[in-house]
Design a protein around this ligand. Sequence first.
Ligand code: TYD
Length: 333
Amino acid sequence: MKILLTGGAGFMGSNMIHYLLREYQDIEVINFDDLTYAGNLESLTDVAQDPRYTFVKGNIIDTNAVETAIQGVDVVINYAAETHVDRSILDPRAFIDTNIYGVYNILEAVRKHKIHRYIQISTDEVFGAVLEGESDEQSKFEPRSPYSASKAAGDHLCAAYAITYGVPVIVTHSCNFYGPYQFPEKLIPLFTMNLIEGKKVPVYGDGQQVREWIFTHDHCRAVDVIMRKGNPGEIYNIGTGYRVPNLEVIKQMLDLTGRGEEAIEYVLDRPGHDRRYAVNSNKLRTELGWEPQVSFEEGLAKTVEWYKNNPDWINRCRTGEYKEYYLKQYGNK
Ligand code: TYD
């Protein structure tokens, strides 16, 4: 099987490349990635010489580059996306380009070249804040940030292409991922990095916002089973049911890094901050037989250990200036 995996130099993409090459002998993976700020080929040095792996530098907003890369491929998995809510608040433009126009380009190429399967990696954030209960696959899209609105638009395009042209696309809505190789701008990697380096961590608002967490390995297993057994045109939610307020996650990170509560700095809440996400993943569990395997405690311990052991990888991520800028604009109390 030949897979075109877009965004393979990013966090989830690189984890999936490692997963696929480890799990399957008879596989070819093309990593199509433009190496924007969150892409880092250092995450893939161990597989760079593997004959089953190829890197192609390219952007999904480039129609011709997508057309060329897709030739002879069986499956496309699209991990290429702008994903950070705070960046979308500062400047939504790249989100519109990549998450909407880029998805349109892939859909067109999949249609034209009659690709067997296209998996679009998306997020539970398209459902907006879920104050009570859970979002299932039929829940209405109510995105509230430029990021989630752009992902929702891409997902709508996928649904439209499945209905109108019979494009065999499957959309996933996942809860928050975490694990090794995640760019240190999201909660878990940013806070881990700051705590390891003796710095403070900026907690938005009261820190009682609830997120549902999945360790990268479990997410890779879910995408794998969806790719092999999922039905084209369908939607699958991916979730663990592990839902906790941010402060609970932060307390566990303080313990793992040997820091105290004085490391916490409360800053202004994120504009439009979604209070709670909760995704119903029964369909994936009952129809495709997937279950998460890694507990949050175990996954977080592995993640913190990885960041402790990889200071060089962290040093290659340029994040300081951006975060300072964000906090100046939106964080000062
Ligand atoms: P994040 O990792 O940005 O993911 P998302 O907003 O897409 O769920 O944030 C996770 C939670 O952590 C969210 O409620 C916002 C909060 N948060 C902070 O309190 N401080 C921070 O510096 C960041 C990046 C996030």
